[in-house]
Ligand binder design. Sequence first.
Ligand code: ADP
Ligand code: ZN
Length: 283
Amino acid sequence: MKLGAIEGGGTKFVCGIGSADGHLLDSISIPTTTPEQTLGHAMQYFTQFDIQAIGFGSFGPVETDPNKPRYGQILNTPKPHWSGFPMLSYLKTQLQMPIVIDTDVNMAALGETTWGAAVGLDSCLYMTVGTGIGAGAIMKGRIVHGFSHTEMGHLLIRKHSEDIFMGNCPFHRDCLEGLAAGPAIEARSGRKGVLVDREDKLWELEAYYLAQALVNIALVLAPKKVIMGGGVMKQMQLFPYIRQQVGHLMQDYIELPEDWIVPPGLGDFSALKGALALARTNL
Ligand code: ADP
Ligand code: ZN
């Protein structure tokens, strides 16, 4: 049996074909343009294969409650053309099969608990630090949802006293994403993150912000594992800095699990494989 997977992001949509045990057999990357063009291309891809179901991990905000009329729609986004676009019903016009949708980071958390760094655990958090910051959580084996999907990338955190950067989140200015996502690093330093020296003090500041978010998340959800991915986390020096800052901020108030903060076990495929896992549960 073959399944389809979509990781839909603001710059590209990655579509893949895989087996129910998490092996990816094929994948393509489609640039994100208009919804019709992007999803049209995805449908063309999937019709070449004999697949039974699709799991779709989307950028947000997106309606993820199957009981709501707007299920599968992108909600209010600054991204041109996408606000209110009914992605799921559009895909279903050509693909007559079960398609289930959740956020890209929820998919990544699911992928990591099913086949990656959190196998055997009934809870974990996956955080991506890239063009934006997002996180998804699994608790008692289920993806955490409330009145909407979670939005932990916009946690409100303390600014460092020596940080003169104002923050660049269009909604909250100096929330976590506004202070610590890739574009904030670039605005603060005048260089792309990949070009900032590994020894630069900027990485300690970055770790200070990410650590605050993880402390807040530990206090609210207590996930047994925290997996950090995305382009910015390719700076591996961040891991020891973040662990150190989390310890410093938490002050032994609660004891954290050993090896609590780790890179993804599935590399760049956490979300795509999580989408396979979700497709499988929906058969
Ligand atoms: P996206 O979030 O768009 O899906 P990425 O996770 O690759 O994609 O994140 C892109 C952001 O991460 C950009 O702001 C980019 O400058 C930054 N980035 C990508 N690679 C690195 C790296 N090796 N070091 C630091 N920053 C990086
Ligand atoms: Zn924000």
